[in-house]
Design a protein around this ligand. Structure first.
Ligand SMILES: Cc1cc2nc3c(=O)[nH]c(=O)nc-3n(C[C@H](O)[C@H](O)[C@H](O)COP(=O)(O)O)c2cc1C
Length: 168
């Protein structure tokens, strides 16, 4: 597997923490970690395997630093890149827009030729609606540090095992 580039945006630190744990689970030799608020978007070009990690704000929207990162990312060629999405969300307080940005970003990435990997099951979550679900499965992985922090370690470990087989 080629080295993985993990790009995260975090407003209150939860996504930073989860992205750091994700990197540790891959091992430092297999993954690099970037905060999108202090990284030029063209760093993305160095990787064939990518994790885009962000929290959810507003009503199902992408975290602010990630919103600012997007215009420059859109100018890059992401064709053939393997991209896995990781969303932080809160299913109890935002059950109608749980991790909602995933659908929009996933569509944009696949329209640009990227290959979406790392989809996961929705069981063990409780919410009523979400743009992060398609055909009954999440478009990436969703971590809920507000309500299910005790499940995060297992979710991260399981996802890393899955990504090791879906990355190239
Ligand atoms: C004002 C506000 C709006 C939020 N909106 C949503 C939302 O629409 N959907 C969701 O799943 N989580 C929502 N959240 C929950 C955050 O995504 C969650 O707390 C996350 O862990 C924050 O991660 P961060 O510290 O990396 O930014 C919201 C939180 C706040 C405070």
């Amino acid at each position: 597997m080629d080295k993985v580039g993990i790009f995260y945006g975090s407003s209150t630190g939860n996504t930073r923490d989860v992205a750091t744990r994700l990197r540790r689970a891959f091992g430092e030799e297999d993954a690099d970690l970037y905060d999108v608020s202090e990284t030029p978007a063209d760093r993305v070009s160095a990787y064939r395997n990518l994790v885009f990690a962000a929290s959810t704000w507003g009503t199902g929207e992408l975290q602010d630093d990630w919103e600012r990162f997007l215009p420059a990312l859109r100018r890059l060629d992401l064709a053939e890149k393997r991209v896995a999405l990781l969303a932080l969300g809160d299913q109890q307080n935002y059950p109608e827009t749980f991790a909602g940005w995933m659908g929009v970003l996933a569509d944009e990435l696949t329209a640009g030729g990227a290959v979406l990997v790392g989809r996961t099951e929705v069981r063990k979550y409780a919410f009523s609606a979400s743009n992060s679900v398609r055909d009954g499965r999440f478009l990436g992985v969703v971590i809920d540090e507000d309500n299910q922090a005790e499940l995060s370690a297992e979710r991260i470990e399981h996802w890393v095992r899955q990504l090791r087989s879906e990355f190239v």
